[in-house]
Write a protein that binds this ligand. Sequence first.
Ligand SMILES: Cc1ncc(COP(=O)(O)O)c(C=O)c1O
Length: 500
Amino acid sequence: MVGRVDQSRTPYFDVLLDYVDSGVIPFHTPGHMQGKGMDPALRDFLGDNVLAIDLTQIRGLDDLLQPTEAIEEAQELAAEAYAANHSFFLINGSTSGNQIMMMTAVNPGEKIAIPRNAHKSAMGGLIMSGAHPVWMKPEVDETLHMDHTVTPETVRRTLDEHPDLAAVYVVSPTYYGVAADLEGIARVAHERDKPLLVDEAWGPHFHFHPDLPIDALEAGADLCINSTHKMLGSMSQTAMLHERSPRIRLDRLKAVVKLFLSTSPNLVLVASLDVARRQMATQGRALLQRTIDLANDTRRRLNEIPGVYCFGEEQIGKPGVFDLDPTKITITVKDLGYTGYEAEEILRRRYNVQCELADLFNCLALFTIGTTQEAADRLVYGVKELAREDRPIDVFSPSGVLERRLKTGTYALPKIPPIRMNPREAFLADTEFVRFKESAGRICAEVITPYPPGIPVISPGEEITREIIDYLRLEQRAGVRMQGPYDSELREIRVVSSQT
Ligand SMILES: Cc1ncc(COP(=O)(O)O)c(C=O)c1O
């Protein structure tokens, strides 16, 4: 027994197994009828077991939209494990979690404070909820060329300037594992009785080991989301949303969750959440200890390679770096003369190692409870070999823009442009395409995010300024990748129609 309830139980996985054991003859969806109707090419690869529990929500298997039986029990166990009042299983990732949090906490036209480097799914939340964003600037590290979190001071200033905010939304940790001072932020938000929503997609493991950053709920968040699939043992698309708040209306939250769920959820995914929770609740500390030790040891070995830098605890205390998740290893390769993209490709092609993410200067390696010593050794070997190759530093950009930026440390993003419409209005308005270089003064209808640093330069509803056009053209010439625009070459841009 752990806590009040028996965390070694897996009520939902168990009812699926019971259904299979009872040999019921299916006349229900899914149409593959427990694998019999599936093309053997896939069925033989997957095996019978996974298809036998790919069932639908018939009697006894409960209803994810309105759980009253085994799913309710499984969610209660999750809530107990995470010290939440209520936990909800999601099958469309933290993407839907971000949208649910916003649809729950803000009404059309109300303001929400949000960091400019929020994940793109948060823009979906703004568009769906009709909320008006009040952007907060995250701290940016000009040496690591990376954006971090927002500070409590930034949140306080934002609340001073906008006392009518309906909610505060932050991201912690970042993709690179940098955690915000969530306790400080919660204090500032709650002093004024504003709910704090936290995108903790990358922190589903935090609650289960004392050496990891404090988890969002413990720090005082009213709502938070965890991409359970990212760092724990559940399957892709699975996530959990946790609530612990006197400020959030539970009836509204439950109604919104329902809106975002399929009436035919994949029950294998639901079961994988049930067992991932058990694994963490009963063995999480030991499993994570091994993971943290392996990651720390690998970081140390990588840092011994000349020209390679993997940031660690020495960064704690810098602006926006309140704490770090040691299980993320950011391998900075710029002093080897490679871009992160090139390093990622070489590691994959020559050493069969695939990183989670590459940006201009870094590759990001994820260490989880599934990472083995052999895998870590292979990563170190690949990076060592990469570093041995002689490569002059001439690759960053044909135009020299990035070299100049690296030398001078200038990393200034253009100013956030004037907001002329809220994102929902701009997204739903009639739009047209105009030549990008002639678009100054128009209202943008899309998001444009150069990587790095991954901070949108312009979002729907904002006025395109000359400064933004010049900045993006420079970035483009430097080979920086742009996410978001319909025309990936950015010859044209989608703007709100002049007739609107
Ligand atoms: C910070 C952050 N929030 C939300 C998401 C969306 O999560 P999911 O892929 O589980 O939908 C991501 C995905 O990478 C993310 O990095």
